[in-house]
Write a protein that binds this ligand. Structure first.
Ligand SMILES: Nc1nc2c(ncn2[C@@H]2O[C@H](COP(=O)(O)OP(=O)(O)OP(=O)(O)O)[C@@H](O)[C@H]2O)c(=O)[nH]1
Length: 677
């Protein structure tokens, strides 16, 4: 087989969905029908192959994205299972970075829920071509066409219906394929492994004709060839239709829609066919770009074996005490036993093993090329979001933006032996999860964990106790703030000490001034070039930046300030970097004291969906919580209220919304920015 043929055969896909839409069940069925797993694990029995962490089994939700490779009709499909809870959007983003295509799974009863919208928009942002699978057609209240309409309204997607369901709720028996114009019926006795393809039932023929007509109309709108043939009423063969759909999907113009019931084993094989037919191979997506770490010059990473290596670490997991890094190769080859270079850390690393992943089972391989997504053992220092390349061809792939942790809890070890374990365990968690931050409270000595949301921290503290047998008392969740200053202020400090027989001297005057929100921190020097040795200016900058890591009010990071070095005094000898770093840090603290420091609240973007009747109460409640209403959009009998609200006002919101709307309101929220609360 030619190399390009091999790349053509790869489909790197993710399954994205709202919590409970059925991603795990769909993935399970995919593994079953592709022959990699011989038993269907039901999520509600806590047996699913992908959900292998105890916590996930107990909660029935998928927390960690696991990648798994399977084969379908000669193609390699690599599935990344992504989490649906908004606390874990970072995991979703990480996976989206390395995918070439995605399947959105929707529940036919719940339709497109706010969190599916969030994930869908993230996929849009990364320009990921998508398909949709409308699941749970066997459930009471299932509404296939209603869900398709919601895709138009809520996701602003252009759905292309390729199948219509036959029967609904407990009568759901199969689908009509609108391209082949055939009816597919699944055999319940073989868990859906066998199915028959035959003529469309007479009473469904008219519907099928109408939806096939619609399919052509939709396709003709985005494809000139189809348009011409359609207008001229010429016959269009199926291969041409498939080809046009593939092009439109990859060009992000249309979203092919399929349907079924994963739990009842219906609809999965055509979904696999469609993944292969319509979603892109690594050759079909634009080559990603990186930059040269020094010159900043743009470098393209074509999916070619001969090109220099460019690979991205998108996840790090600690499994059985070993660090396993998940890597996507874009260009070149990754070879077991070889050295790779991490330019972000200026470090060489050795790859000891490359593993193809099947949920928690692994297969060793010697070498992989472009398009591969594999687990790698042996990387010591590299972490999530970093690039691996060849030392003689350094490249930095774009950094991923991480979300701010906004909630924290204090944890206290229960016994002395727990105390010893705690630090090690936390180190492991931090290696896996860049959104988790840990610091020690200087006053109480407690460890403070900060994360993306209450559930995120709950899962971490519960894994700590169960997987690592480290028992802790967990405090109440607290909001994580930032600190900044209101007014410009100056600080001066001298550090003059003899330590271990050496004199250290440094004297610094600097000014802090407020910057607009979201600008971050900056450092500048106003000194003439020869006034202070460059190494000492660097030492001042280091002191400033370190000092800004914890503010004077409550020890939260200080943001949005500019520090300018105004003056520095040296002596004949003893002008050390250490002294200038410490003096700078002391000067910053003085300036913070003078600058009217204040707290910045995490402000959340909140979206509430309520039936019309309850709108007044819900808006009143949001106002009472110091929220700002940004938009109100009516939609099919409900109102979508978009608001920004300080996180500290959102504790207990779900209970209060439930009682204000007789349980009919739903909401989602996401971190927006730090600002005055
Ligand atoms: N009736 C019915 N139930 C289904 C179907 N697919 C999944 N379920 C059930 O819906 C629940 C959620 O399914 P999961 O597969 O865990 O959903 P998920 O989207 O992976 O959820 P998270 O992992 O929590 O994000 C489970 O109880 C499944 O058994 C379906 O086609 N029909």
């Amino acid at each position: 087989m030619k190399k390009t043929d091999k790349l053509n055969n790869i489909r790197n896909i993710g399954i994205i969905a709202h919590i409970d839409a059925g991603k795990t069940t769909v993935t399970e069925r995919v593994l079953y029908y592709t022959g990699r797993s011989h038993k269907i694990g039901e999520v509600h029995d806590g047996e699913a192959v992908m959900d292998w962490m105890v916590d996930e089994q107990e909660r029935g939700i998928t927390i960690t994205s696991a990648v798994t490779t399977c084969q379908w009709k000669g193609r390699d499909i690599q599935v990344i299972d992504t989490p649906g809870h908004v606390d874990f959007t970072i995991e979703v983003e990480r996976s989206l970075r390395v995918l070439d295509g995605a399947v959105g799974v929707f529940c036919a009863v719940g339709g497109v829920e706010p969190q599916s919208e969030t994930v869908w928009r993230q996929a849009d942002r990364y320009k990921v071509p998508k398909m949709a699978f409308i699941n749970k057609l066997d459930r009471i209240g299932a509404d296939f066409f209603g869900t398709v309409q919601m895709m138009r309204d809520r996701l602003k997607a252009a759905p292309l219906i390729l199948q219509i369901p036959v029967g609904t709720e407990d009568q759901f028996s199969g689908v009509i394929d609108l391209i082949e114009m055939q009816q597919i019926r699944w055999d319940d006795d073989t868990l859906g492994a066998s199915f028959s393809v035959g003529e469309i039932d007479a009473e469904l023929k008219d519907d099928a004709d109408m939806y096939r007509e619609q399919l052509f109309e939709t396709l003709a709108e985005v494809d000139d060839g189809i348009m011409e043939a359609y207008l001229a009423e010429e016959p269009i063969d199926n291969a041409t239709i498939v080809d046009a759909i593939r092009k439109a999907t990859i060009a992000l113009k249309l979203v092919p829609v399929l349907c079924g019931s994963a739990l009842k084993n219906k609809g999965i094989q055509p979904l696999l066919d469609a993944i292969v037919q319509y979603l892109p191979s690594p050759l079909d997506v634009p080559a990603i770009k990186g930059v040269h770490p020094e010159s900043g010059e743009t470098i393209l990473c074509p999916p070619e074996e001969k090109a220099p290596l460019a690979a991205l670490i998108f996840k790090v997991s600690m499994i059985e005490g070993r660090k396993l890094s998940f890597v996507r190769v874009y260009s070149g080859r990754l070879n077991a036993g070889s050295d790779v270079y991490n330019p972000g850390r200026n470090k060489k690393e050795k790859l000891s093993r490359i593993l193809k992943m099947h949920a928690n089972k692994r297969e060793r391989v010697d070498s992989v090329g472009p398009g591969a997504i594999v687990g790698v053992v042996g990387l010591k220092d590299s972490s999530t979001g970093e690039t691996l390349c060849q030392p003689d061809h350094p490249i930095l792939l774009e950094q991923m933006d991480f979300y701010e942790p906004v909630i924290s809890v204090a944890v206290e070890p229960k016994t002395h032996s727990d105390q010893e374990k705690l630090v090690q365990v936390l180190d492991k968690f931090m290696a896996e999860d860049p959104t988790l931050r840990v610091r020690e409270d200087p006053d109480t000595g407690q460890m403070i964990l900060s994360g993306m949301g209450e559930l995120h921290l709950e899962i971490i503290t519960s894994r700590m106790q169960r997987e690592f047998n480290t028992q802790v008392n967990v405090g109440k969740p607290q909001v994580v703030y930032r600190e900044t200053i209101e007014t410009r202020a100056t600080g001066s400090a001298v550090f003059d000490k003899e330590m271990a027989g050496n004199r250290h001297y440094g004297e610094v005057t600097l000014t802090l001034e407020p910057l607009p929100r979201g600008e971050g921190n900056r450092f500048a020097s106003r000194l003439a070039d020869d006034a202070l040795a460059p190494a000492l200016v660097k030492a001042v900058e280091k002191g400033v930046m370190e000092s800004l890591e914890s503010g004077i009010l409550m020890g939260y990071p200080v943001v949005d300030v500019k520090a300018t070095l105004d003056a520095a005094t040296t002596r004949e000898s003893g002008n050390t970097e250490l002294a200038f770093t410490v003096a700078a840090s002391m000067a910053v603290r003085e300036a913070l004291n003078q600058g009217n420091a204040f707290l910045l609240d995490p402000i959340m973007a909140v979206e509430v969906i309520v039936p019309e009747d309850f709108m007044g109460d819900v808006i009143g409640d949001l106002n009472a919580r110091n929220g700002k209403i940004e938009a109100i959009e009516p939609k099919l009998g409900v109102q979508i209220i978009k608001a920004t609200v300080p996180l500290k006002q959102m504790f207990g919101y779900s209970t209060s919304l439930r009682s204000a709307t007789q349980g009919r309101g739903t909401f989602s929220m996401q971190f927006s920015r730090f600002d005055r609360g």
